[in-house]
Write a protein that binds this ligand. Structure first.
Ligand code: TXA
Ligand code: MG
Length: 323
C-alpha cells in the first residue's frame, strides 16, 4: 500500500509533464491528468474513448483549494466538506472562470472532491493542484477497483499506475449538485441521502432538473460487463436459471443464496447480504464472471432499501448496458 517516495515524486512529475497517471481512490481507480493542462485532459478522453462533452471530476488535496476551482460556494459545501472529506462525495459547484471547458464539458459548473485514500492524498499534495480523473476504464465499461483492472483496461495508454490495493468502497462517489436552488443527488453512492440530509438539515432531492448538467454515469447503459446481465427477483432466480440452462446456455448466478441444484453449465457466485460489502465486491465479481464465457449473468435484485440504492442503480445500468 505504501508506494515508495520516489514513485510518488515520479507520479507528480509525470502529471506536471502532461502525462496520465492512474491512482487508487477509496471508490474506484481514477485516470488522472493535470486539470489545468488541456493537452493532458485530451489524453484522458482519447484513452477512455469518452465523448468530449462529458465533464470530469477534479480531485483536490484539501477543501481549502475549493475557491481556486469554484465561485459562489454555498455554506452547505463547507459543511459537507467538513463532514465527509476526504471521502466518497463529489460536489457540483459554479465553476471558477479559470477552469478549462474541457474539464466541465463547457458547462458553468465543476465537479470537485477530496478522495480518501493515502496514495491519492499523497499524490495530490505532492502535485499541489487539481487532478481531473474519471474512473480508469474504457467508456461505458465496469470501473476498475484494483491496479490489475486498470492495466487490463488501459495498458500502455497510462504513463504510470499507482497500486494502492483494492478500493475500500468499490463503487463511484455520490454526486451532489449544489449549483441550483435545491441540493440534488445526481448519482447515488455509498454515502447516502440520509447522511447528507443530516448535515444539510433536510433531505436532498434525487435526479437532475431539466437542462441539468450532463452526467455520463447517469446514462441508462453504463458500467456494463460484456456478458448479458439480467436482474431477477430472488424468488424467481432458480426458475430463470433452469429455463436458461434448458435452452443450452451457460449461466452464472450472483446471489446471496446458492441455488439448490447444480449443473455442468451453472456457476454460482456468492454475494454479500451487506450493502457495503456487496458494493466493495461488485465490479471485481462482474469482471471475474465476465471472464467465464457464460451466456448470461443472473443477479438477484437487491432489497428496495435506501442502503442498497447505489448498488441497485449500478446493477440496473449494467443490465441496460449489456443487452
Ligand atoms: O468515485 C468517483 O467519483 C470516481 C473516482 C475516480 O473519483 N470518479 C468517477 O469519474 O466516477 P467518472 O468520470 O467516471 O464519473 C464522474 C461523473 C460523470 O458522470 C460526470 O458526468 C459527472 O461526474 N460530472 C463531472 N462534472 C460534472 C458537472 N459539472 N456537472 C454534472 N456532472 C458532472
Ligand atoms: Mg466512470
Amino acid at each position: 500500500m505504501t508506494a515508495q517516495l520516489a514513485d510518488m515524486s515520479r507520479a507528480a512529475a509525470l502529471l506536471r509533464a502532461g502525462e496520465l497517471v492512474a491512482f487508487p481512490t477509496e471508490t474506484v481507480y481514477g485516470l488522472g491528468a493535470d486539470a489545468r493542462n488541456p493537452l493532458a485532459i485530451g489524453k484522458i478522453f482519447a484513452a477512455k474513448g469518452r465523448p468530449a462533452d462529458h465533464p470530469l471530476i477534479v480531485h483536490l488535496p484539501e477543501a481549502a483549494h475549493l475557491d481556486r476551482w469554484a465561485v459562489d460556494i454555498p455554506a452547505a459545501a463547507g459543511k459537507l466538506a467538513a463532514a465527509f472529506w476526504p471521502g466518497p462525495l463529489t460536489l457540483i459547484l459554479r465553476r471558477h472562470p479559470a477552469v478549462l471547458d474541457a474539464v466541465t464539458g463547457g458547462q458553468d459548473t465543476v465537479g470537485l472532491r477530496v478522495p480518501n485514500h493515502p496514495l491519492a492524498l499523497q499524490l495530490l499534495r505532492e502535485f499541489d493542484g487539481g487532478v481531473a480523473a474519471p474512473s480508469a476504464n474504457r467508456f461505458g465499461r465496469v470501473s476498475p477497483t484494483t491496479a490489475a483492472h486498470v492495466r487490463e483496461e488501459l495498458g500502455d495508454a497510462v504513463a504510470m499506475i499507482l497500486d494502492g490495493g483494492p478500493c475500500a468502497v468499490g463503487i463511484e462517489s455520490t454526486i451532489l449538485d449544489l449549483s441550483g436552488s435545491e441540493p440534488r443527488i445526481l448519482r447515488p453512492g455509498m454515502l447516502d441521502a440520509n447522511a447528507i440530509g443530516a448535515v444539510l438539515g433536510r433531505p436532498p432531492m434525487f435526479g437532475g432538473q431539466q437542462n441539468a448538467p450532463r452526467v455520463s454515469g447517469s446514462l441508462e447503459a453504463h458500467y456494463a460487463p460484456r456478458t448479458r446481465l439480467q436482474l431477477v427477483a430472488a424468488a424467481d432466480l432458480a426458475a430463470t436459471a433452469r429455463e436458461a440452462l434448458d435452452s443450452g446456455r451457460r449461466v452464472a448466478v450472483l446471489a446471496a443464496q446458492p441455488l439448490a441444484f447444480s449443473h455442468g453449465r451453472l456457476l454460482c457466485c456468492p454475494a454479500s447480504t451487506d450493502a457495503a460489502q456487496f458494493a466493495h465486491d461488485l465490479y471485481a465479481r462482474l469482471r471475474e464472471l465476465d471472464a467465464m464465457a457464460c451466456d448470461v449473468i443472473l443477479v438477484a435484485a437487491p432489497p428496495a432499501d435506501e442502503r442498497w440504492r447505489a448498488v441497485a442503480d449500478r446493477l440496473r445500468r449494467a443490465a441496460a448496458g449489456s443487452k
